[in-house]
Design a protein around this ligand. Sequence first.
Ligand code: ADP
Length: 161
Amino acid sequence: MKKVIYPGTFDPVTYGHIDIVRRAVDLFDEVVVTVAVNPSKQPLFSMEERIEMLKESLKEFDSKVLIDSFDGLLVEHAKQVGARAIIRGLRQISDFEFEFQMALMNRKLSGDITTIFLMPHERYTYLNSTVIRNLASLHADVSNFVPPVVHEALKKKFPRK
Ligand code: ADP
């Protein structure tokens, strides 16, 4: 059974992330979407909220997608769940430098885990969670970019006065 891990902050999950999950599900038997604790980021949504939104947004994939979280070294977590590869999304050239560095470092740490880059549909290449949080804080309509459960959660985080 070929398993892959898709790590990220998912603060919150967007249609861009879901596009990548869909492509990964086509290629692998099981995709573990893992919410990373990132000490350098102060998230808008708690770990529990991010996991709940992912579960709701990815339920169409049923048992092919599992959701978990980790705090520590990604390659260790990948091994623990039995994944042979790490999936990352590449939106544009600006993602490349950071992703390339991280992929090579992870390969140094663990030569038997391969990083695979997937590109989303063009309509999601300008989408990231930071932009969504900023738009939602200004009460812009983000319903074209995030699933309904996320849209509702954002409205609660940023109520109109
Ligand atoms: P971001 O804050 O950039 O959305 P995440 O840590 O949640 O970051 O991203 C997790 C992974 O998903 C990364 O590999 C990132 O490049 C990828 N990703 C994020 N948004 C998109 C998108 N719109 N299309 C494709 N991949 C994406």
